[in-house]
Design a protein around this ligand. Structure first.
Ligand code: FES
Length: 165
């Protein structure tokens, strides 16, 4: 129950918006809901909709639209490869396929150790630097551009070591 767990923080967030515009707090509340578990549950979405006076579908549509929100638990680290058209023209699809092949998973899956999830996402604003991906982890976000499969696998190894230490 995020309303109870984060009561003080929710109050601070809502105070930033006029009462008739509190729906604008949806992003901040989603961030809060996702902070500990790494994803937003259906229950969280319903609660957020009730707090903001909007429908659960509206909340779910925000989660679905933004690559930084998730509705499923996945790996500790999410590697999000852009394979939108400009990146696809620079080999992103093949890069994604080979990266997954090397990790023994399909796009959207998580490695058996639960560490790395590989996802395909839309434009990340580095269209001329494909293949590129962003990494989401407890440390925040980082970006890797002009990648090869071997450089990406080195990134994965580094992340594995960091997670193990
Ligand atoms: S299309 Fe991939 S970063 Fe823009």
């Amino acid at each position: 129950m995020i309303a109870e767990k984060y009561a003080a923080e929710i109050e601070i967030i809502l105070a930033k918006y006029p009462p008739d515009q509190k729906r604008s707090a949806v992003m901040a509340l989603l961030y809060l809901a996702q902070r500990d578990g790494g994803y937003v549950t259906k229950g969280d979405m319903v609660e957020i909709s009730e707090i903001l006076g909007i429908t659960p579908t509206e909340v779910a549509s925000i989660v679905g639209f933004y690559t930084l929100y998730h509705d499923q638990p996945e790996g500790v680290i999410r590697i999000q490869v852009c394979n939108d058209l400009p990146c696809a023209l620079r080999g992103a699809d093949e890069f994604l396929e080979k990266l997954c092949e090397n990790l023994g998973i399909q796009v959207g899956e998580t490695t058996p150790d639960g560490l790395v999830t590989i996802e395909a996402v839309m434009c990340l604003a580095a269209c001329d630097k494909a293949p590129m991906f962003q990494v989401q982890s407890a440390d925040g976000l980082s970006y890797y551009e002009d990648q090869t499969v071997s450089s990406a696998l080195e990134v994965v190894e580094t992340l594995r070591k960091q997670d193990a230490s």
